[in-house]
Design a protein. Structure first.
Length: 477
């Protein structure tokens, strides 16, 4: 578009007096007109959407030019071979005139892509699936993208979690997903960044002896010819990293709680009674946070317990996964806290994980103090002492590989504890509640949190929070 302006041929015509010059001028005018026409058409042809969203740690995650409204994911799973046959249909709205756009997908074989029911060209480059519709998609228009793909999903290597595989895994016959931050692209194509949340419907077909579980409400279950299909609906916005699929030998255990969300846990069949016993605190934890923050954000909650150890737990929306080794009240309460802070109110850049981990750590500690005999001041002093001797990277100064560093969890929690000490109980709860409610069902960041602190407690309080988040060395307790 700018090219025509830069080389304006009229301005450079040398001798306007001669016939030849006039002819030249007419020719160049015609050339110019064609160039202008061409560039006008160019803008209705659109431009490719960007291949990333400028995340500080993951510049290539997510894609520009469109906004996903809904994912419909259809998975046919062979658990023994660990293979899938899949069709993901994505409803999006174009945010610019689009000549092409990307999805994020790692591995697997894509066999066909359709836009609004017509075949589209596609190519692949690393984790980018590049799609070229037959005609441009107009800004503001809604369109559907169907991707047919298959293969054996492989975990992704993620620089934020260098110590473990991420995404789809098959551990001794149990299929599990744990995808924070980038792993969901190991099993479905998406706009893989937490700023583009969408609703989901996930349909899973497995051979009949297997049980499948996913996010939200189980809306349909049918069996035929030795296969069982379950359909799961997540009607509240969900970030891609919180989407989850499990396949194994599980037993569904429902607890109906008057006035609360549906509680359904998935336990390995024939689990020892202590597991169900440990999980029985769930309704109490939920109502503790409801008093603090506001109503539980989703229709259901539950824990899926792996038949093996895991070394971590993960707060998938409405279906946290725990290993046999991570079913204690603190971790259970931590993953439940994430349903408000992390899942409903979600960071907008992966460099700010303290907004999830610091809050979940502190809120679960408050629950432990209220119901399990923790002495909060003593506990916090203990963490402070350990971090000062060992590792106290300021949570807002972390590098990619440190996004789940213990300092993000503990110093994040200490930040809130120090703030509470300064402003007192009433103002502190107001801050928590306001921060959560302003960003529920959406995204937030540290600047917004600091604005809430300033508004409700003044700039001295905001400066205290800043020094906990940014300063080296860590402030004294
Ligand atoms: N958000 C998780 C937690 O609550 C940490 C997840 C780290 N990622 C992972 N795949 N292990 O602690
Ligand atoms: Zn956490």
């Amino acid at each position: 578009m700018n090219g025509a302006k830069r080389s304006n041929p009229i301005a450079s015509a040398r001798d306007p007096g001669t016939t030849l010059a006039r002819v030249n001028r007419l020719v160049t005018l015609a050339v110019l007109a064609v160039a202008l026409l061409g560039s006008a058409c160019g803008s209705t042809d659109g431009e490719p959407g960007s291949e990333g969203l400028d995340d500080s740690f993951y510049p290539n995650l997510g894609n520009g030019g469109y906004d996903v409204l809904h994912y419909d994911i259809d998975l046919d799973i062979d658990p023994e071979a660990n293979t899938i046959q899949a069709l993901t249909t994505i409803t999006s709205r174009a945010t610019q005139d689009l000549s092409a756009f990307n999805l994020d997908l790692s591995g697997l074989t894509v066999t066909e892509v359709q836009i609004n029911g017509s075949r589209a060209e596609f190519s692949r480059s690393n984790t980018e699936l590049i799609i070229e519709p037959a005609g441009a998609l107009a800004s503001g228009s809604e369109f559907s993208t169907s991707v047919s793909y298959s293969g054996s999903p492989e975990p992704v290597a993620d620089p934020g979690v260098p110590y473990q595989p991420l995404g789809w895994q098959n551990i001794r016959g149990t299929i599990l997903t744990a995808s924070e931050p980038s792993g969901s692209m190991s099993w479905f194509p998406s706009n893989n960044h937490p700023t583009d949340k969408a609703t989901f419907e996930i349909r899973i077909t497995v051979p009949t002896p297997f049980t499948a579980a996913s996010n939200g409400i189980l809306v349909e279950e049918s069996s035929a010819d030795g296969y069982t299909t379950t359909t799961w609906r997540m009607d509240d916005p969900m970030a891609t990293y919180l989407a989850a699929v499990y396949v194994g030998d599980f037993e569904r255990v429902e607890t109906n709680q008057a006035g609360g969300p549906l509680i359904r846990d998935y336990l390995p069949r024939d689990s020892p009674a202590e597991i169900a016993e440990a999980l029985s605190i769930t309704p109490q934890v939920i109502s503790y946070y409801e008093d603090l923050l506001g109503p539980y954000p989703f229709d259901a909650y539950g824990t899926i317990v792996m038949p093996h150890t895991l070394g971590f737990a993960m707060e998938n929306q409405t279906l946290s996964v725990h290993g046999r080794d991570t079913i204690d009240p603190l971790v259970i309460a931590h993953e439940i806290a994430h349903q408000w802070l992390g899942n409903s109110s979600t960071l907008d850049d992966w460099s700010e994980t303290w907004l999830h981990e610091g809050f979940a750590t502190y809120l679960s500690s408050m629950y432990m103090a209220e119901h399990h005999g923790w002495h909060l001041d003593v506990k916090m002093a203990g963490w402070h002492g350990t971090l000062s001797r060992w590792n106290s990277v300021p949570p807002m100064e972390i590098e990619n590989a440190q996004m789940f560093d213990v300092s993000v969890y503990w110093r994040g929690a200490l930040t809130l504890h120090a703030l509470r000490g300064l402003v007192g109980e009433t103002v502190f709860s107001e801050i928590l509640r306001t921060h959560y409610q302003q960003s529920a069902n959406g995204n937030t960041n540290t600047v917004e949190f600091l604005a809430v602190v300033t508004q409700l407690a003044g700039s001295e309080a905001a400066e205290l929070v800043e020094s906990w988040l940014y300063d080296d060395p860590m402030p004294p307790l």
